[in-house]
Every structure is written in structure tokens, then in C-alpha cells.
Design a protein around this ligand. Sequence first.
Ligand SMILES: [Ca+2]
Ligand SMILES: [Ca+2]
Length: 132
Amino acid sequence: MAIEGLGQSSSTGISLDTDGDGLISQEEFTVAKPEYVSDEQNAQLLNEIFGDNESLSIDDFNTAMMERNPICLDTDGDGSITQEEFTAAKPDDITDEQNAQLLSDIFGDNESLSIDDFEAIMEQKRTAPLPD
Ligand SMILES: [Ca+2]
Ligand SMILES: [Ca+2]
């Protein structure tokens, strides 16, 4: 199996594992953070995602990311998450096509969702089996 081929269908976590040891370290996470995330926000994220762990397995990392408080996505603080805010926060390895699919999965016909609704939908997706 070609590892390079994983990019298409794999989860966010794998691309963060730059040394390929199967674990995402706080350092690897920090290196990969988008530029709009300040050091302060990054420290907060590390705390939320890693807790007391120096590193997490890719599975644990993805679970933690899904459980992460979506309030972080509400960058203008109006209590709702718009498609635009969601798109702005997407990891670099999510293609526009994948993002469009996510938007349609999560938002459906809505331009924005309340944080509660967004959380509920993400929770459903987290517990649902992933499509192939
Ligand atoms: Ca690693
Ligand atoms: Ca908002």
C-alpha cells in the first residue's frame, strides 16, 4: 500500500505526523498550525486537545479534534458558525472539494448554524461510521 496515496481519503491527523511515528506530538501540532492561530490560541488548543499528554495517537488526536469546542470556529463571536467560518478553519490538507462535501453534509441548506446545532451535527458524525 502506498503511503502517499493516503492523502485523498485519510484523516487530518496523518499529515500532522511529520516524523511518521504514528503519534501527533504537541510540537508537530504547533508546527502545522495555521498562521491565523495566535500563540495564545495555540496554547489553548494544545491544552484542549492534548491535556496532559505530550503526544496522542492519530486516532486519539482525531477524536479529540472532533470533540473540540466548536466555539473556536465562531471567529466573529456571534454565536453561530457560518459556512465561511468553517471554511476559514479547515486544515490545509482538506481540498476545496472535500470542504464543499463537508459543508453540504454539515450545513445542508443553511448558511450558518448555531453552535448547539453545529455541535449536535458533529457529534452525530463522530458516532456514525465513516464512509469508505
Ligand atoms: Ca509524530
Ligand atoms: Ca460566527
